[in-house]
Design a protein around this ligand. Structure first.
Ligand code: TXE
Length: 479
């Protein structure tokens, strides 16, 4: 089995303990690689390498840092097929979507933050008596902790702004999907990133993740993952007054009004509900449909869900792959069972499905639609993070807003109506960090990204990410 290694000080290193654990290919349901079970000793090596590299990287002109990031982007694009195949085997997302989204957004993230590195600057202020300016300065050695659902996309989204701003990074990818982070680390030296500037440590959240959070020489942590883990990290970081950025779960509403374009909306709601097997924090898992269009919309939505092509994720035509892990498949199936006990009726899907051939042991779940659940039930309150959408009718605009806001999460929402004024009114009232109008997941990387309520703390994206990874110093003099 292939052994993944850590990347410390510009070198591939085995974990000090010599311990590894297995990672699975979810499409076949079997282990295929070994992951370092890193711990505090590995972290000490990485922090020492990063501290040593920091002064020179901080003092490298922004254009120089940008060049290294762009080189890395070029190398990803050159080997996009290899990266996409690796991501597909590691995560289960169909290869076509891995290429178009996970990998190409990975390189786009690097290019975007390369540009931001050059654009980023402080502010100037002037009164009659005082003139001031600010210097945003990098923090030193910072950490990023990323999840398994969009491995390459979220890994790069987090470390690129940290490097762009002049920090050295300890990056911890998810132990469930470590492969493309490992492949990327293999390219760092050739891209011109000096040794120690970018370090990748693999391992379990409870070991290396907790060690990173507790380390006194890491003043900032950018985390994307589950709300429970985010809360643990927030508490640990508070003890040392570390900066944290938390991008957590969602239970996002898709709100469809009577005057929405039925076909366009059904298509959008399918993408929102089932992209990446529903394993995206932005997925629209609660479908709220106004009563005048409810029955027609439901029919169109079910018909489209049944057309989604489930299969071997390595085949170009496959649209729906396996869940990321056996444990996660079981969790999602448990939620489908719970939803039924809570009174829900499964309109389509609802079961594990067996894909013939090489994937017969894979962890697949059918796209599932459930009707008849009250908003207060657990299936409508908790993040299932699978291909499961609940559908319910509403009468008025106010009721739609109340239902949309009736959960503890507040990451994203989509609102579907041909009435622009209504779309704006509803968007203003929905409690979430992002609202899409007549679309889903349309992303301009300059826009703020993050949630309210239990969906997170802080904003990523654009210059806000560089602001997180810097502290502003104010310099004033008498004019
Ligand atoms: O993620 P975790 P899990 C949600 C989704 C999912 C649930 C649990 O609902 O079912 O979270 O998933 C690291 N200190 N999302 O348990 O634990 C871990 O190693 C420091 C939503 O797989 O949040 C990994 O690198 N780090 C989500 C990262 O945290 C720790 C994406 C994320 O893992 C740690 C993924 C600790 N104590 C899951 N414990 C989204 N917002 O997109 C774990 N980690």
């Amino acid at each position: 089995m292939q052994k993944i290694l850590n990347f410390i000080g510009g070198e591939m290193r085995a974990p000090v303990s010599g311990r590894y654990f297995e990672t699975d290919d979810p499409a076949v349901g079997a282990p295929y690689a070994l992951v370092p079970d890193s711990g505090a000793e590995d972290l000490e090596l990485a922090v020492a390498a990063a501290k040593k590299a920091f002064p020179a990287w901080r003092d490298t002109p922004a254009a120089g840092r940008a060049k290294a990031l762009r080189n890395l982007a070029d190398m990803i694009e050159k080997n996009r097929a290899g990266f996409a195949r690796a991501e597909c085997i590691d995560n289960g997302r169909p290869v076509a979507a891995c290429t178009a989204v996970n990998i190409m957004r990975g390189s786009a993230n690097l290019r975007f933050f390369a540009d931001e590195a050059v654009r980023f600057s402080g502010e100037k202020f002037k009164t009659e008596k005082i003139e001031s300016y600010t210097l945003p300065q990098p923090l030193g050695v910072v950490a990023t902790i990323s999840p398994w659902n969009l491995p390459m996309l979220l890994f790069t989204w987090k470390f690129a702004p940290a490097l762009a701003a002049g920090n050295c990074v300890i990056a911890k990818p998810s132990e469930v999907t470590p492969m493309t982070a490992y492949m990327l680390a293999n390219l760092a030296n050739d891209a011109g990133i000096p040794g120690g500037v970018f370090n990748v440590l693999h391992g379990k959240g409870a070991n290396i993740g907790a060690a990173i959070t507790a380390h006194p020489d890491i003043p900032a942590i950018s985390f994307t993952g589950g709300t429970v883990t985010g809360t643990t990290i927030y508490a640990a970081a508070a003890r040392q007054l570390k900066k944290v950025s938390l991008e957590l779960g969602g239970k996002n509403p898709t709100v469809v009004f009577n005057d929405a374009d039925l076909d366009k909306t059904a298509e959008g709601a399918i993408a929102a509900g089932f992209s990446n097997q529903g394993q995206i924090c932005l997925c629209g898992s609660r479908l709220l449909v106004q009563e005048g269009i409810y029955e027609d919309f439901k029919k169109a939505f079910i018909a489209r869900a049944k057309e989604i092509k489930i299969g071997d994720p390595l085949l170009e035509e496959t649209q729906h792959g396996p869940m990321v892990s056996k444990a996660h498949m079981e969790k999602v199936l448990d939620y489908i069972g719970l939803a039924q006990r809570e009174g829900g009726k499964v309109l389509t899907g609802g079961k594990r499905c067996i894909v013939d051939g090489r994937c017969k042991g894979g962890w697949f779940i059918e796209p599932t639609i459930i009707e008849g659940l009250p908003m207060e039930c657990r299936a409508n309150q908790e993040e299932i993070f699978g291909p499961v959408v609940t559908i319910m009718p509403f009468k008025t605009e106010d009721e739609a807003v109340a239902l949309a806001n009736g959960v503890e999460y507040g990451l994203a929402a989509s609102v579907w109506t041909e009435d622009r004024a209504k779309a704006d009114r509803v968007a203003a009232k929905i409690e979430s960090g992002i609202v899409w109008q007549n679309c889903w997941n349309a992303r301009d990387l300059r826009t703020p990204f993050g949630g309210v309520k239990k969906s997170g703390v802080g904003r990523e994206g654009g210059r806000r990410a560089l602001e997180f990874f810097t502290e502003e110093k104010t310099i004033s003099r008498i004019a």
